[in-house]
Write a protein that binds this ligand. Structure first.
Ligand code: S3P
Length: 172
């Protein structure tokens, strides 16, 4: 039930553009809990943008920092934590999230992901080729990892409030 699940941080996972940050912020508001964004915390800790970290040090280095930051956020016991799309795919990060939090996989159709990620081109992984093709591949590769999340919510291309309500229903 909702009471036991809310003892733990709700951790939003899923592909770039699905709306983890905006849905997470609204979900936290609806639950009267605090919200943190893991990518933002990584940027603060590194004093660099996610793109700069990828450019200067590469993806493996980013994943190490991401794992440490998410471990800290889970320890701190925040209400809702949004993560970057690759975080839950890292086996160690995934194990930590499943142990200390409740993972909520936000999923939606490819067209919506392509549309939303094209609004601001700040994602290093989408700059290396055709964004749609990259997202198709990531969706396929990452699907099995995301499917380990305790909660799975399919969001539409509509307002984020609808997605928040779906999550609240799943938690009930
Ligand atoms: C990534 C997603 C990004 C960010 C980084 C890598 C990924 O976060 O962590 O660019 O591997 O999918 P968002 O999912 O918030 O865009």
């Amino acid at each position: 039930g909702i009471a036991s699940r809310l003892d733990r941080p709700l951790v939003l996972v899923g592909l770039m553009g699905v709306g983890k940050t905006s849905i997470g912020r609204r979900l936290a508001g609806a639950l009267g809990r605090d919200f943190v964004d893991a990518d933002e915390e990584i940027e603060k800790a590194a004093d660099r943008s996610v793109s700069e970290i990828f450019e200067e040090h590469g993806e493996a280095y980013f994943r190490d920092g991401e794992r440490r930051v998410i471990a800290r956020l889970l320890e701190e016991g925040h209400g809702v934590i949004a993560t970057g799309g690759g975080a839950f795919v890292d086996p160690e990060t995934r194990a930590l999230v499943l142990e200390k939090g409740v993972a909520v996989w936000l999923d939606c159709d490819l067209d919506t992901l392509v549309e939303r990620t094209s609004r601001r081109n700040t994602r290093p992984l989408l700059k290396t080729g055709d964004p749609r093709e990259i997202l198709v591949n990531l969706k396929e590769q990452r699907g099995p990892a995301y499917a380990e999340a305790q909660i799975h919510v399919v969001t539409g291309d509509g307002p984020h409030d609808a997605a928040v309500n779906r999550i609240l229903e799943e938690l009930a």
